[in-house]
Design a protein around this ligand. Sequence first.
Ligand SMILES: [Zn+2]
Length: 183
Amino acid sequence: MSENTRYTNAGIDQVADLVRKVCGLEIPLDLDKVVLNLGGTVIYENIDGQISGKCEVHLGSQPKFTIRIQQSESVTRQRFTLAHELGHLLLHTKFGNRKIQQEEYHDDVFHRSQNHDYCREEQEANRFAASLLMPRDLFLDAVARNSKDGACDLSKLAEEFNVSPQAARTRGCYLGMFRWHEQ
Ligand SMILES: [Zn+2]
């Protein structure tokens, strides 16, 4: 049912760029403001099960959405989860896109086990999150500023975008700045 939801990496970057343009936000991105600008609500709470977050969409004359984030996780983890859920919202539900088919996105274990497109959709949401939080050009510039003698200070880099060092490293690998197997 969701075979139409195939995005190229460039297509995902375009959606992320559009969100930042519409919301006019600086880095590190204020994600709560992004959600507000898009007409949604974020709730930080204790969610049952091993779930980092989930997204509920309410369609109608004024479409709305609610993203729930696991309260007990670190701020950088919560930020990545929130951006990831925004990715599902804009890429995988009727809220964000014409070619989409799902009314709601249940980003939970039960849904995952039922959904054979899960892996691709997860990758797309992660790619979107990285692109939204660490825009390519700003990221490349930050890597250059935080590098000395060919080594990048990952903690400082991550701090600029308010993400975890691991998320910054992964983004750098995808952009060809860092090697995947380097420590
Ligand atoms: Zn997901």
